[in-house]
Design a protein around this ligand. Structure first.
Ligand code: DAH
Length: 337
């Protein structure tokens, strides 16, 4: 009886799906072909019902195959205990994805920068990612409607807040917090690092979002020479070699004098003698900036600097396009693992 054949074959084939690593092969089993082949030899009045039963069997097989494939797929994925602590001290570290990921090159290099400055005695604080007009401009001696404000291509929220366009937004806070230390005879030494945002068209050397590091030092007798020595030491440690440096005048409302600081591109990094690279802006903190933070400029003097992290890193590793950093390309990111 052909219907009995179907029942027997059905069980055989479903069992086979359950035990197979390649369950889809069952759809090509000779037993199934035989059932289909029998249709033509049946009397016309039996064909309809028989054909329908064979099709039902095929639908049942298809469902069983999909269920079996799902079981096989999930068995090949390493189980993750989502409640496990996110650290390497786990008793089951193999279950943690930390063994597979790597730190992003920018945060890795930023850690290196922070490390160098903290070893020089600077405190390190992260900058804010949302700020206001006072910290972005006013406290830094940009009066209202000052044309230098335009140079910062600043975004604003509808409420008037500002995603900061430079880490200098942290200067006023650092100065105010350090005032007491100064009055006790100490000095202020801090860096501030973090993301900054500008309304820029993106190309190989411009991003709307990038990282900066700002430095502030204030004492009774800070000099421009101290600043140049501090910056030179930083760059020499970061690039692991001695460097030639030079400065030229630069205008920033919050420093007087203001300078642009350049290093000669090291031969080891593909530079030719006389090839200068501008790395950051710096200068002696403007008396108005000290005064706004409650520090008497006739008693204390300070220097400040600020510059981008990407530029440092690009020079160190010969990266030619800034956009690589945010492109999420694994072959780029793995070079820094
Ligand atoms: N904030 C400036 C910028 O983003 C960089 C800068 C220049 C920072 C001079 C400073 C400084 O602290 O003294 O273009």
């Amino acid at each position: 009886m052909p219907t009995d054949d179907i029942t027997a074959t059905r069980q055989t084939l479903l069992d086979r799906v359950e035990s197979s690593d390649t369950p889809r092969d069952v759809l090509r089993a000779p037993e199934l072909k035989k059932l289909y082949g029998a249709i033509g030899s049946l009397p016309a009045e039996e064909r309809g019902a028989y054909g329908k039963s064979v099709n039902e069997l095929k639908v049942a097989l298809e469902a069983a195959i999909q269920a079996r494939e799902a079981v096989l797929d999930s068995a090949s994925i390493e189980p993750i205990d989502v409640t496990a602590p996110w650290d390497l001290n786990s008793t089951r570290p193999a279950l943690l994805p930390t063994t597979q990921g790597t730190q992003h090159p920018l945060t890795k290099e930023l850690d290196e920068v922070i490390d160098i400055f903290t070893r020089m005695g600077f405190a390190a604080i992260e900058s804010r990612q949302i700020d206001d007009d006072f910290h972005m401009f006013e406290a830094l001696n940009f009066p209202e409607n000052h044309p230098a404000r335009d140079g910062y291509d600043t975004f604003r929220t509808e409420e008037g807040f500002i995603p900061p366009a430079h880490t200098s937004t942290m200067q006023h806070r650092i100065l105010k917090d350090g005032k007491e230390t100064l009055e006790k005879g100490g000095h202020i030494a801090a860096i501030s690092y973090g993301r900054v945002f500008r309304n820029e068209d993106v190309d190989a050397t411009h991003e709307h979002t990038f990282y900066q590091v700002e430095g502030v030092f204030v004492s009774k007798d800070a000099t421009l020479g101290d600043m140049l020595g501090t910056l030179r030491s930083f760059f020499e440690v970061y690039y692991g070699q001695s460097l030639k440096i030079k400065t030229q005048p630069g205008y920033f409302p919050f420093v007087e004098p203001g300078l642009e600081f350049a290093i000669e591109k090291p031969a080891a990094l593909g530079g030719k003698p006389g090839e200068w690279l501008e790395m950051l802006g710096c200068g002696m903190i403007h008396p108005n900036v000290l005064r706004t933070a409650g520090i008497d400029p006739s008693e204390y003097r300070g220097f400040a600097w600020g510059g981008g992290i990407e530029r440092l890193v690009m020079l160190k590793y010969g990266i030619e396009d800034l956009r690589h950093f945010e492109a999420a390309k694994l072959n780029f990111l793995r070079k820094f693992a």
